[in-house]
Design a binder for this molecule. Structure first.
Ligand code: GAP
Length: 449
């Protein structure tokens, strides 16, 4: 990672905090590693990204059904899905400080390729290359660490009451597959979609919101005929690109990785990861996996309830196979912020060039001078009308007009509307200043509102 790229990441993290997008979680108490809180602008941006996804993958299609399952689920879900046994990362400990670290990350940071390596091979590599902890101390052997957060449900804490904070939203979809089939009789192929929180006790959360312990996913389980999976896989991949384009992410920053078998999740027969050129390097943005009938078969075996789909008007029955697009909201958000960030050298300013459809603030409205009641009154009127129409409109009368423009540029507000004497005494026009070009136009109020 070049220092220039590090600088960009640092600048984005600093702007995110300074302008009310994203704060470190529990900051006032010294923080809680791997957690982040969203401020007014961050929550709006995140919701817009999630709403656009819902609109794109659910509302605009007639083969998708939305669900919103509970985060806490019966422990049998995670036994049947394989998460209790296999949802683990390679852990090493600093033998002096006890610090826990990810073996693969230490090797990667030292410049070694760890793709497809087993735990034993990682252990071998650590020893072979004499890898030390960041404090320069010897490391323990590599062992597996299950990433699920466990808890107990109800007043008695015993083996039977153990549950987990879900590490993926997918299982809440699979467990509702039968409900939807019985209630809605969908034709194959069809999909169930869910957005919501997921939790992973990451050994070393890092890189801002990229690897957190609490994050959000947007997932689809798309049920298909077993012999038809490739067609749906390709169609969903195209839909994913369309969604990323609607977010303004350029295709030359997105790269496909056909994940080798050794690196695929235990349930996947094929996975394509879409990687993005983040300031921290090229990293996984989202995944598209062919999960076969792995999950429905396991649910059928563990629950003794049939997961078979019966083709309407025939006696044909089978367990559908599944294609799964899985998005991490924070990774999409981080890509959107990376792509929006622009240091405009000519004007010595930072600009977040968010596309208009997801910009957290659409218009900022100000009176040119805040000590002129007639300007303030008119500006309030314009603000109220725009707010009623668009919702995400900001009142901004702090500092002089130049400072306001700088602030709104950093927030990514596409247009600032300024009410001056010409508005009230002249032709009823306002100044509309463009974020990207800094050009100012006079626009008739009627046209604007
Ligand atoms: N249901 C499949 C599944 O969960 P995954 O590759 O483990 O697959 C899917 O996760 C997506 O969730 C990733 O592509 C990434 O965008 C996001 N994700 C995973 N772990 C994350 C973490 N610790 N912090 C932020 N996002 C994460």
């Amino acid at each position: 990672m070049s220092s220039q790229k590090n600088e960009k990441m640092e600048a984005i993290i600093s702007l995110a905090k300074r302008r009310g997008f994203i704060y470190p979680g529990s900051d006032v108490y010294g923080g809680l590693s791997g957690t982040w809180d969203y401020g007014p602008l961050g929550v709006t941006l995140k919701r817009k990204i999630m709403q656009l996804w819902w609109q794109h993958f659910v509302e605009s299609r007639d083969d998708m059904y939305g669900v919103d399952a509970a985060i806490l689920m019966n422990q049998k879900v995670w036994q049947a899905s394989g998460h209790v046994d296999t949802f683990a990362d390679p852990l090493v400990e600093d033998l002096k400080t006890g610090e826990r670290l990810r073996a693969d990350h230490l090797l990667e940071d030292a410049g070694y390729d760890v793709e497809g390596q087993t735990m034993a091979q990682l252990d071998e590599l650590i020893k072979q290359h004499g890898i030390k902890s960041p404090s320069g101390n010897e490391l323990s052997s590599v062992r597996t660490f299950n990433m699920m957060f466990s808890t107990t449900v109800g007043p008695v804490a015993d083996d039977k009451s153990v549950s987990y904070l879900r590490p993926e939203t997918a299982q809440g979809i699979f467990t509702n597959y039968k409900n939807i089939v019985d209630n809605f009789y969908p034709n194959l192929p069809f999909g169930l979609a869910q957005q919501g929180k997921a939790f992973r006790n990451e050994i070393s959360p890092r890189d801002f919101i990229f690897r957190s312990r609490e994050f959000e996913q947007m997932e689809i389980e798309y049920f298909v005929r077993p012999d038809n999976w490739q067609e749906s896989f390709d169609a969903l991949l195209k839909d994913i690109y369309d969604y990323l384009e609607a977010l303004g992410l350029p295709s030359d920053k997105i790269h496909e990785l056909d994940v080798p078998e050794a690196d695929r999740a235990h349930y996947s027969e094929k996975t394509i990861d879409l990687e993005y050129d983040y300031p921290i390097g090229r990293k996984e943005l989202l995944g598209l996996a062919y999960r076969t009938d792995f999950d429905l078969k396991n649910i059928q075996n563990a629950s003794s309830k049939t997961m078979e789909y019966m083709v309407k008007g025939t006696n044909e029955r089978f367990i559908p196979h599944v294609i799964e697009p899985s998005f991490g909201v924070e990774r999409v958000l981080m890509a959107v912020m990376e792509n929006a960030y622009w240091f405009d050298e000519a004007n010595d300013r930072i600009v977040m060039k968010f596309p208009e459809n997801i910009a957290p603030v659409k218009y900022a409205v100000s009176p040119l001078l805040k000590n002129k009641p007639e300007l303030v009154a008119k500006a309030r009127e314009v603000y109220a009308a725009l707010k009623k129409k668009y919702g995400n409109v900001m009142w901004d009368d702090n500092g002089n007009i130049g400072k306001r423009y700088r602030r709104q540029d950093e927030i990514g507000t596409p247009q600032c509307v300024v009410i001056d004497f010409e508005t009230i005494e002249g032709d009823g026009t306002v100044t509309v200043r463009d974020r990207d070009t800094t050009e100012q136009k006079r626009v008739k109020l009627d046209e604007l509102i």
